[in-house]
Structures are given as structure tokens and as C-alpha cells.
Design a protein around this ligand. Sequence first.
Ligand SMILES: Nc1nc2c(ncn2[C@@H]2O[C@H](COP(=O)(O)OP(=O)(O)OP(=O)(O)O)[C@@H](O)[C@H]2O)c(=O)[nH]1
Ligand SMILES: [Mg+2]
Length: 321
Amino acid sequence: MISLFGKPEPTLLERLKQSVDKTRTELSARVEQLLTGDRPVDPELLKQLESALLNADIGVRTTKQVIAALRQQVNEHRIVDAAALKQELKRQIVKILVVPGANSDGGVASTPDGNVNVRPRVLFVVGVNGTGKTTTIGKLANRLKKEGANVVLCAADTFRAAAIEQLEVWARRARVDLIKQKSGSDPSAVIFDALTAAQARAADIVIVDTAGRLHTKSNLMTELEKMKRTASKVVPGAPHDVLLVLDATTGQNGLNQAREFWSHAGVTGIVLTKLDGTAKGGIVVAIASELNLPIRFVGTGEQMDDLVPFDAQTYVNSLFD
Ligand SMILES: Nc1nc2c(ncn2[C@@H]2O[C@H](COP(=O)(O)OP(=O)(O)OP(=O)(O)O)[C@@H](O)[C@H]2O)c(=O)[nH]1
Ligand SMILES: [Mg+2]
């Protein structure tokens, strides 16, 4: 693809490669070191590989699972050299990352059962404060708008000062509508307004920004439940998607957040942000493996276009090749 300035636009693989640069140096340089040349495939090699995976935040459980699968194949003489071991390592990781429900448009255009006719689709964006929810919504709105969707944003983070203004800036940039009330209003009331307005405007999708922090943690989950109930009263079946935004730089801590939101907020997919600034990109694998949740998008920077639909094979290639 050629951009306006005649410079070739980076491909998905190149962009992912740039963004996982740090993870790559950490993980693939070590894997590369271990798995090239004619090193014999022995228990010592598997042990070193195990510690390389652990360092990239793939997680203890997932690492053990991958290493066990590799060890079995080594024992059965199905893997005889380092190159074959690397191929099988990649295959195992892709297998973990391919979760039902993941697809190329990030899944936001259709319901999990593939029904694209529900209108408006309602998408909640949740996560702890500062992970990148509002930014992701801006990027996503821009993306969907470019694809021709009629997008409405809903400013349901009424708690943090300036949250509404921040979403307004993104709505202007992406040229989409925003429904808001004044700061401090009941988030569920804003959702009610937004969904009613979206129906009147025949919108295709409503993206709901939510607060990352309230007075207490139990408040946050209770509030989310209330917001979901309100949404379903206006649009039956809503929310159709609950995307959890996780900051990749937090590593294993992200996994704990994911667990909590998963059990309380009915998360249907993950957006992993700030992959451009971390050596902990391996957390992607831990999340997919432990929660069986699809990674829908990854954030690769602070600009409007820095959001890429997640593709397992491309991701693993960007890590290892
Ligand atoms: N480098 C990088 N920065 C990002 C990315 N996504 C978001 N950010 C930055 O992260 C910071 C927080 O982003 P917000 O979108 O405000 O996060 P939030 O989750 O809405 O925060 P709260 O509303 O306070 O809960 C901002 O400075 C963003 O520019 C990303 O993919 N890469
Ligand atoms: Mg926000």
C-alpha cells in the first residue's frame, strides 16, 4: 500500500514487528541463540528455552504447558534438531493464541454467533485506569467510520475529571457523534440516552467509554453490572461485546486484572495496548491460554492509526522471525 507521501505504508507484520521490538530482543534473541546451529536437542536446551519463555512473561503455567508438549515430541524423536524445535515452539504458541471468537475485524462488527444484523451493536470498553480505554475507543471509532459504519460514542466515564472532554477530542478527530451528560452524572443514565439516540439515528454501533476507577473496586464492578442491565433494557441482548483493555507494560499484573474483569464484567475480548513500549509482550500468550479469551486488537502507539487487529500467526512470526 502506498501512502499520500509516496512512502510505502508498513504492512501489518512490519507494524507488529516494530511494536514488539522490545519483546523480540528479549525473547527471540535468546531463542535464536538457543535454537540455531547444530546444538543437540537435549534436556539442558529445553531448560534454557523454558527460562527464556518465562522472562518474556508468557507465564509459568503456559510455559510449562508448552515445554511439556515439546519435551514429549523430543522424547518420541519427532523433533531431532533445533530448527524443528523452533518450528514446533511457534506452532504451539499459535495454537494457544487461536481462540474461538477471534477474527480479522476484531469481531466488533458481528455478534459472537456471527449475526451482523443486530443494530445498533453495543460495545462496552472496560479496564482499570490509564490502560488506554479512551484512546482505543478513538482509534476504533476512526477505523469503523472509515469502513462506513455509523458510530456513536457514549461518555459513560462521568467520574474522572476531563474524561468527557478527552473523548470529545477523539470523537471530533474520528468525525463521529458523541452522547454525553455533565461530569458526575449517573453513567447508566448516559448509556440510556446514548442507546436511545443511537436507535433514533439508525447507528450501527455504540461504543461506551467507562471509568477505570471509582471510590472502591467493588463499586466499579457493581456499576458495570448496572450499566449492562440498562443497556439491555434499551437494546435487547446488549452489550454484545465487552472489550477489556490491558496495558501490556504491566505484564503479569495485567493477567490478574483480566481475571477479575472476566469473572465480574463478562469480558468477551481483550485489547492489549502499549505493546510498543514493553518487553513483556508475552503476556498475550498467558492471557489467551489462561482465560481462553481472544485478543482482538493491539495498540502500537498513541496515534489514531496505531491499532491493529490481532492475528496469532502474524504475531508469532513477528516475535520469532
Ligand atoms: N505508547 C502507547 N501509548 C498508549 C497506547 N494506548 C494508550 N496510550 C496512552 O496511555 C495513556 C492513557 O490512555 P487513556 O486512553 O486515557 O486511558 P484510559 O484507560 O481511558 O484511562 P482512564 O480514563 O483514566 O481510566 C495516554 O497517554 C495514551 O496516549 C498505545 O497503544 N501505545
Ligand atoms: Mg478514559
